[in-house]
Design a protein. Structure first.
Lengths: 117, 111
């Protein structure tokens, strides 16, 4: 079946501009995650959505970052007033949750490569 | 101290060699352990997933977890050039959803 889909695959923008990144999770996956991967570094957790629960925003690095999710489908990550340190690969993952804190493996998209000039 | 430590490599081996990739972690409460493979310009691909100490085997891959030492390993037997990629360990606390990743080890398998 279809995997996690992210768009655009690449984005180049000028410092100070806003950007919006999109993620389509695997159908039936109720949990959705955003991570950031800087060059030469591991993935950093940004935000987590689970059904209709309030999202876990504990990883968002500043108030310039925000994310939304429509029901259990598409999510968008928005970065306002971009800075050069925002340059990274932004990865989305989804998983099937059985509730009660049971963790299921997360499956990743190929990411959006964001470059801030 | 980072929550998860992983040697970035690169690790270069000849085709057919046995590869050992390792991570250490600091929080003894971690319960779920994963290995992901990431090819250049692609997202991480789940290879192995386990939540207990001991070994788990899948084809040429064996994941080993030693909770007493807070040490996890991935072994690749009969390594192939197509195994050349970055291997990421990832760890999870039960009931939480935030994966904590190592920095990844770059593996190069030469023909």
């Amino acid at each position: 079946g279809a995997g996690v889909s992210q768009s655009p695959s690449n984005k180049v923008t000028e410092k100070g501009k806003d950007v919006e990144l999109r993620c389509d999770p695997i159908s039936g996956h109720t949990a959705l995650y955003w991570y950031r991967q800087r060059l030469g570094q591991g993935l950093e957790f940004l935000i987590y959505f689970q059904g209709n629960s309030a999202p876990d925003k504990s990883g968002l690095p500043s108030d310039r970052f925000s994310a939304e999710r429509t029901g259990e489908s598409v999510s968008t990550l928005t970065i306002q007033r971009t800075q050069q340190e925002d340059s990274a690969v932004y990865l989305c993952a989804s998983s099937y949750s059985r509730g009660q804190g049971r963790n299921q493996p997360q499956h990743f998209g190929d990411g959006t490569r964001l470059s801030i000039l | 101290q980072k929550e998860v430590e992983q040697d970035p490599g690169p690790l270069s081996v000849p085709e057919g060699a046995i590869v050992s990739l390792n991570c250490t972690y600091s929080n003894s409460a971690f319960q779920y352990f994963m290995w992901y493979r990431q090819y250049s310009r692609k997202g991480p691909e789940l290879l192995m997933y386990t939540y207990s100490s001991g070994n788990k085997e899948d084809g040429r891959f064996t994941a080993q977890v030693d909770k007493s030492s807070k040490y996890i390993s991935l072994f690749i037997r009969d390594s192939q050039p197509s195994d050349s990629a970055t291997y990421l360990c990832a760890i999870l606390l039960s009931g939480f959803q935030k994966l904590v990743f190592g920095t990844g080890t770059r593996l190069l398998v030469s023909p």
